[in-house]
Design a binder for this molecule. Sequence first.
Ligand code: DX5
Ligand code: ZN
Length: 219
Amino acid sequence: MKINKLAPSILSADYANFESELKKLEASGAEYAHIDVMDGHFVPNISFGAGVVASMRPHSKLVFDCHLMVTNPEQHIEEFARAGADIISIHVEATPHIHGALQKIRLAGVKPSVVINPGTPVESIQHILNLVDQVLVMTVNPGFGGQAFLPETMDKIRQLVQLREEKGLDFDIEVDGGIDDKTIHAAKEAGANVFVAGSYVFNGDVNERVQTLRAAIQD
Ligand code: DX5
Ligand code: ZN
């Protein structure tokens, strides 16, 4: 049985006050801070880069779960490792060198995670599952917070649970996009164990919202 974890996304936080936003998350008992890095190329938006992660690092003990929505992520791994990332997620769609890029993350002393977009099949990552500590299944198309959860992505979670069992592997399954107090149930039911939530957590009382999500995933 995998441990369930909550990963609020600071994409929906107040960017002028990351220090206090991180403290709120820590006080709420969330395990991860999910950090969405967007380059304006792989996705239309630009968010923030490794410098922001490095500035936040001394202010928080949370696991920094860095989701790189950038083209050719292999060029930025060392930078994010130095900045204090604990987990680095890279998209299979963003590089022709996914195998080497995941190895590079491990070599940098960071946990490798691979991401698939809603339109990308599980088959595209089946040969690198042995290299990762986490698979992130996008439950919206990446680029923006506040989009509606896509229930059709749940089949891929079930498929990954089966593959993990067949191959005797141990990766976490994370979901990201449109997760709230209602949609989280379907994701948990399908077999996900790490839950990202951005707008749901920050568009309200952070502590209350984290507790509500926690109650929803209690075994
Ligand atoms: C979407 C990002 C998400 C985003 C989720 O591109 O990867 O992490 O912050 O936001 P919500 O929870 O609002 O869908
Ligand atoms: Zn994300």
